[in-house]
Design a protein. Sequence first.
Length: 53
Amino acid sequence: MPRKSPWHSIKSNVHHNNSACNTGNNIEKENLRQGDGGKPLCDECKELNRQGK
């Protein structure tokens, strides 16, 4: 399962932890921050994690 340390965008209300997440991979570098930022996991990551992808 391609999980990695959580990351988030300062412009979003969710965090990501799956390297296959398109939304998480499309964050502009200037908005990218490490950690979950106290935000819930994105739905796309949840589904990818559930599927074991």
